[in-house]
Ligand binder design. Structure first.
Ligand code: MN
Length: 468
């Protein structure tokens, strides 16, 4: 059972302890992951301490591994707060940092670690950390325990939750601890929730561009193809401009939205199951009311995509600046990163689609060989998008990309229509370890790194563990 009061009282004492240290001049370091949930959660904890005058710094990491832990130890901070990483490394952290740290997280914990003092984890308080609580909402309640006025940070919890794909409630809604943070944001007028068509750029882009930008679900023939969409929309008679200015999807009247849905459905209609894909385009959307309506920050899902692109493309610092409120230089450069990110993903998807030998289906498992054509930084989003396509929605999909000279990066996802029972975190870890690699993650999304020479042995190990 969810125990929000228990979490709040844990945070009341934790924040007291941390503030006592920090306000006494001790140096505190917040260490966080580079994905959107990591950037939002790290920024939230950092900002809440900064506002109290603490001597605090923030660092982003692509991975926390034993080497990174040793490097941290050498810097001799007085206290460390890890967000969105660390739950599986408590022993190593304990050994290196000797009580001078706490982990705030939602990744699965080993059962014997649930009640350790050094970790505040969603699972300990009865929340499903894969669906109901992200690190950003965990961080949000730490921030409000530090000072109730930190409620203004609630939109970051919503962004982090959506970016971690936790909109798994009815109609793509947020639930659990994420919902609790959302409700605080709503009560302050910071975020509004409504039902709408969930095309990317529904408030910011011309209609045909918004349809073409949408990649989840992946609409074959439409995603990345704005000319074809424009031609079809013209043909339908939908009024696309208002006084010479392109209209947006959110400005359409209900009957026009219906018409748009029909056009998209008929274009995507050749593919089997397209109706399901279209149905999944309607859901709860979250508006950040204080953001400029013509930026991607206005829509919480797009805000998350923007942050994810920063993290993946080596611009995590830019993402942090945006979380902390920079709407000038940081936003400008993030927009550029986002457009490169989208171009890179589309190019990778095209390369994969144009070479049938790169995709191999074995029972319910799909292997995607992206070596040489998928940038390793984009492998995760590419595999995510593929797992939302009609062809692979009922599969487990495992993709590969070249990593430096002699390694392979592996990324895996479970399609939302897959009927088997698989824990990808475990699958990646066991399969990788069997070929002297490393792996892990969530049940629905996980990754690994293995030696290039072990690709075949690794695939075999995966195949043995995926129920057909
Ligand atoms: Mn996360």
């Amino acid at each position: 059972m969810a125990d929000l009061e228990g979490l709040k009282s844990r945070y009341a004492s934790l924040s007291r302890d941390v503030l006592k240290l920090a306000q006494g001049g001790r140096r505190v370091l917040v260490v966080t992951h580079i994905d959107a949930d990591g950037l939002c959660s790290g920024s939230t904890v950092f900002e809440s301490l900064k506002r109290k005058g603490a001597n605090v710094a923030l660092r982003t990491l692509p991975d926390l591994d034993p080497k990174a832990i040793l490097a941290l130890e050498a810097q001799k901070y007085d206290f460390h707060i890890f967000t969105d990483l660390g739950s599986t490394l408590l022993d190593a952290l304990e050994a290196a940092l000797d009580g001078r740290f706490v982990v705030i997280d939602h990744h699965q914990l080993a059962p014997q670690d649930l009640d350790r003092r050094s970790v505040v984890n969603a699972w300990t308080f009865g929340y499903d950390g894969g669906r109901e609580a992200c690190s950003s909402s965990m961080a949000y309640f730490f921030a409000t325990a530090t000072d109730p006025s930190n409620q203004d940070l609630a939109p970051l919890a919503v962004v982090g939750a959506l970016a971690d794909r936790q909109d798994s409630g009815q109609g793509r809604s947020l639930t659990g601890l994420n919902r609790a943070a959302l409700e605080e944001a709503q009560s302050l007028g910071l975020v509004s929730a409504s039902k709408d068509l969930m095309f990317t750029g529904r408030q910011t882009r011309p209609i045909h561009e918004a349809v073409a930008l949408t990649s989840t679900p992946f609409l074959r023939g439409l995603t990345g193809n704005k000319d074809a969409v424009l031609a079809a929309l013209h043909h339908s008679g939908l009024v696309l401009k208002d006084g010479g200015i392109w209209r947006t999807i959110s400005s359409l009247a209900p009957d026009e939205k219906m018409k748009l849905t029909e056009v998209v459905a008929s274009m995507a209609g050749q593919a089997e199951g397209a109706t399901d894909a279209i149905a999944s385009l309607v859901g709860e959307v979250y508006n950040l009311e204080l953001e400029d309506p013509f930026t991607p920050l206005r829509d919480a899902r797009e805000f998350g995509t923007l942050l994810n692109s920063c993290g993946r493309m080596g611009a995590a610092g830019t993402g942090v600046s945006i979380c902390l409120g920079d709407r000038n230089e940081a936003l400008k450069s993030a927009m550029k990163v986002l457009s490169e990110y989208r171009t890179g993903i589309n190019r990778a998807l095209e390369s994969l689609a144009s070479d049938a030998a790169r995709t191999e289906t074995r029972g319910s498992l799909v292997l995607v060989k992206g070596e040489g054509v998928v940038d390793e930084r984009l492998l995760g989003p590419v595999i995510s998008i593929l797992s939302s396509t009609q062809a692979y929605r009922n599969k487990v999909i495992v993709g590969f990309a070249t990593s430096r000279e002699s390694d392979l990066k592996v990324s895996s996802r479970v399609g939302d229509a897959y009927s088997g029972d698989v824990d990808l975190g475990l699958l990646m870890r066991e399969s990788a370890e069997s070929v002297s690699g490393v792996g892990g993650g969530h049940a629905m999304a996980a990754g690994a790194k293995i030696p290039s020479s072990m690709a075949e042995a690794f695939s075999k190990a995966v195949l043995e563990r995926v129920p057909a």
